[in-house]
Design a protein around this ligand. Structure first.
Ligand SMILES: [Zn+2]
Ligand SMILES: [Zn+2]
Length: 373
């Protein structure tokens, strides 16, 4: 640090002079970084319609609080007294390693909400999943994928400001700790930027498909269960590994990653899981779908659950089912939820354990999403 002059730009990259930034940082009063993270989250709950100027017609009405997991007909099915269980980083328990995740209850009114669409677009674009029972149609799979990706993309916008928010979280820490934190923040920012680039590409394709009503841009596999699943999920991510933890695509920075979309629905006392991907040769989603088809039905449900528990942040569990889990199952969910939290967005890859059963309803049918008629 001796080579940095008081009036030179600070080494941390803040753009501020050293004397106004990291000089004497180690003796400054400790800040509460997690209060700052909360403030960041609130500040970037920007209400805006993602469908505005996207070729999807004019906005209408206010920006509404929308659920990514479908409303009433779905979350209420797994709720107890209006609450569901989800994993969350507990600020009080966060440690240097990024902390640990704890499962706690959340009211369904607050679960998976985001402010991403005006009333008009929300009604128009998602009517086929909110007002019609899910029957595994292509347009329904496209609508849920578009909404899920809107939320992911929006989340990356907020995460993009995290570096600024946490830049002063090393007050009162040693020089080594300052260097470590600033380095970590730089990596996080880089990871977030890359993830955003991947998402942007796919997001443009999905938006275009919505505009042109070309739901066959997405290919979807639908898994139908004989009863209601004890979890609800709506997630999009770039899979690096398959259902068994084998490599699917490399995360090289110069190539765009392919995403998959995974969402669950409840209709007429039955759950459906819709797994979608953009159709192209060797799409990771296609490989995952092939694996799902080839697997014995009685194992597939538990494997899929482990797969989404690891990758999806936006997953909610039935409290009654959750509390009744055996120790092995609970431990597994704990570790899968923790595996998904990684500063770089990459994930350690424990394969799905085919011997662990989560006591899910039996699979009754697996089929390709059907055309709109
Ligand atoms: Zn600095
Ligand atoms: Zn709108």
């Amino acid at each position: 640090m001796k080579s940095v002059g008081r009036n030179d730009p600070c080494w941390c990259g803040s753009g501020v002079k050293y004397k106004k930034c990291h000089l004497n940082r180690s003796v400054q009063e400790t800040a509460n970084p997690w209060a700052a993270v909360e403030a960041n989250r609130a500040a970037f709950q920007v209400k805006k319609c993602y469908a505005e100027d996207a070729g999807l017609g004019p906005c209408e009405g206010k920006i509404i609080k929308a659920h990514t997991v479908s409303r009433g007909p779905n979350l209420t099915k797994i709720a107890r007294s209006g609450k569901v269980v989800r994993y969350r980083a507990d600020p009080a328990e966060l440690t240097k390693n990024g902390g640990r995740l704890t499962a706690s209850e959340i009211g369904i009114g607050d679960a998976s909400v985001f402010y991403g669409f005006c009333a008009g677009h929300d009604r128009e674009l998602f009517s086929c999943i909110e007002n019609e029972p899910f029957i595994g149609r292509e347009d329904q799979c496209l609508a849920v994928a578009y909404r899920t990706l809107s939320r992911e993309y929006y989340g990356k916008d907020a995460a993009g400001h995290l570096r600024e928010t946490l830049r002063e979280a090393d007050k009162g820490k040693s020089i080594i700790e300052q260097l470590q934190l600033q380095h970590l923040l730089a990596l996080m920012e880089q990871g977030n930027e890359l993830a955003k680039k991947d998402l942007q590409h796919t997001y443009d394709r999905l938006t275009q498909a919505m505009v042109e009503r070309r739901s066959d841009v997405l290919h979807s596999l639908v898994i139908e269960f004989g009863g209601v699943l004890p979890f609800m999920v709506a997630a999009a991510w770039s899979p690096f590994t398959d259902l068994f933890g084998k490599r699917l695509q490399d995360g090289y920075t110069d190539e765009l990653l392919e995403q998959i979309f995974l969402a669950s629905f409840v209709a007429d006392g039955q759950s459906f899981i819709c797994m979608s991907w953009i159709g192209k040769p060797n799409a990771p989603g296609q490989k995952l779908a092939n694996q799902a088809r080839e697997m014995p039905h009685e194992r597939l449900g538990s494997i899929i659950l482990q797969f989404v528990a690891m990758h999806a942040e936006n997953i909610f569990y039935d409290p009654v089912w959750f509390e009744a889990l055996g120790p092995a199952q609970l431990k597994r969910l704990d570790s899968l939820a923790a595996a998904g939290v990684d500063a770089m967005g990459s994930v350690p890859d424990p394969a799905g354990d085919p011997t662990l059963s989560f006591d899910l309803p039996a699979i009754t049918r697996i089929f390709d999403a059907e055309k709109e008629t």
